[in-house]
Design a protein around this ligand. Structure first.
Ligand code: PLP
Length: 400
């Protein structure tokens, strides 16, 4: 009592993790649970990547690596940014962290003073506001409504900027909505930022490779080269290469900020697992066909799930252009009662009742700041997806 630091009051368990715990509890009771709750590829890591890790370990790459990343991985990252994003970075402008998550943690810890504001488009990935609050910052939410394709409107953004605004978070392709951004959208955002020279941008592009229907991903630092000095371009190997467990993320940005972030990392984790870094070199330099095959599979599943959900009259379901999530609206289900007698007052009630009665795990949209919606991940097998959509239809049909 009173032993924990004051900031712990602000560190809530993310609803995504709470839902996974509920699903685990159900499984522990011997029930089979179909999980569409996790933002994690179901593919194995490509064999060539694993072989590179094996070789690196046998080769003696088992010592403390430099805090900001091995020279080999930093060089591969610089090549990647040049090849895929048209961005030129020096070695002093890139660093490697323990997943994209630690990039965000380092960046916010290195820059947020109590009371500083960070603009977070809503719906958002839960970790942004949690980390901002942890450092005493204030998340300022800007709505990206479904009517606007969950895109960020430049005028709405500008209205939210104050003298205390330090960062704008951009996350396209987006978790949880799957929304993408266009060059024109980013040009409008850049126009706003030019009028507010203090505001920096954290551009989380971790789902960059997972885009569909011919959509081409664009980076804000590429669209607005004049802003590159205040943009962090975040990426990682977790989602594109099915490497969530290897814990490698990376970032390009201005050298002074990178140096500060490296200082934080030096006093917390030191450098990132040397073997994971060697594996990541193989991923980034490897054949692009590996990513393309997975992308095509996600694309097929995306259309399959949206088709299935659109057959349910009570749901609305936008066709997402990126990531591996769909974000159906469930407004017509609110205020009703499930076949099992549970009152559905919120999307969280819906998600819990669906899990308890049909054993399908999803995450409610209000966990990402915007209900009544559900987030379904289609990074799982066709069989599970078909079965789960069928059970969702049964659940909705049973609402009184
Ligand atoms: N950014 C977004 C939007 C994510 O959804 C995730 C993972 O769920 C991450 C960053 C961090 O991924 P990692 O730490 O595995 O690189």
């Amino acid at each position: 009592d009173g032993f924990l630091a004051g900031c712990m009051d602000r560190l809530e368990t993310p609803a995504t993790i709470a839902m996974a715990q509920r699903a685990r509890a159900l499984k522990a009771r011997g029930e089979e649970v179909l999980s569409l709750a996790l933002g994690e590829p179901d593919f194995p890591t490509p064999a060539g990547v694993i072989e590179a890790a094996h070789r690196a370990a046998l080769d003696g790459q088992t010592k403390y690596p430099p805090v900001e990343g091995t020279p080999a991985l930093k060089a591969a990252i610089i090549r990647k940014f040049a090849r895929e994003n048209g961005l030129t970075y020096e070695p002093s402008e890139v660093m490697v962290s323990n997943g994209g998550k630690q990039v965000i943690f380092n960046a916010f810890m290195a820059t947020i003073n109590p009371g500083d504001e960070v603009i977070v488009p809503r719906p958002y990935w839960v970790s942004y506001p949690l980390m901002i609050s942890l450092f005493g910052g204030v998340p300022v939410f800007v709505d990206c409504p479904e009517e606007n394709g969950f895109r960020l409107d430049a005028a709405t953004l500008e209205a939210a900027i104050t003298p205390r605004t330090k960062w704008l978070v951009l996350n396209f392709p987006n978790n949880p909505t799957g929304a993408t951004t266009t060059r024109a959208d980013l040009e409008a955002v850049a126009e706003v930022l030019r009028r507010h020279p203090r505001v920096h941008v954290l551009s989380d592009e971790i789902y960059e490779h997972l885009v569909y229907d011919g959509h081409a991903h664009v980076s804000i630092a590429q669209v607005a080269p004049d802003l590159k000095g205040r943009v962090l371009t975040l990426n990682g190997v977790s989602k594109a290469y099915a490497m969530t467990g290897w814990r490698v993320g990376y970032v390009g940005g201005p050298a002074p900020l990178i140096r500060a972030m490296s200082g934080i990392q030096s006093s917390s984790t030191s450098g990132i697992c040397s073997i994971s870094q060697a594996a990541s070199v193989a991923a980034l330099d490897g054949p692009s066909g590996v990513v393309e095959t997975m992308r095509q599979t996600y694309d097929r599943r995306r259309r399959m799930v949206v088709d299935a959900l659109r057959q349910i009259p009570e749901l609305t379901c936008a066709m997402p252009l990126g990531a591996f999530y769909v974000y159906p609206g469930i407004a017509a289900c609110i205020g009703r009662t499930s076949a099992g007698g549970r009152y559905i007052g919120t999307d969280e009630d819906f998600a819990i009742a669906l899990l308890e009665e049909q054993h399908v795990a999803v995450v409610h949209g209000s966990a990402f700041g915007k209900g009544p919606y559900l987030r379904l991940s289609y990074a799982t097998s066709d069989e599970i997806l078909v079965d789960a959509c069928g059970r969702i239809a049964t659940f909705v049909a049973g609402l009184q």
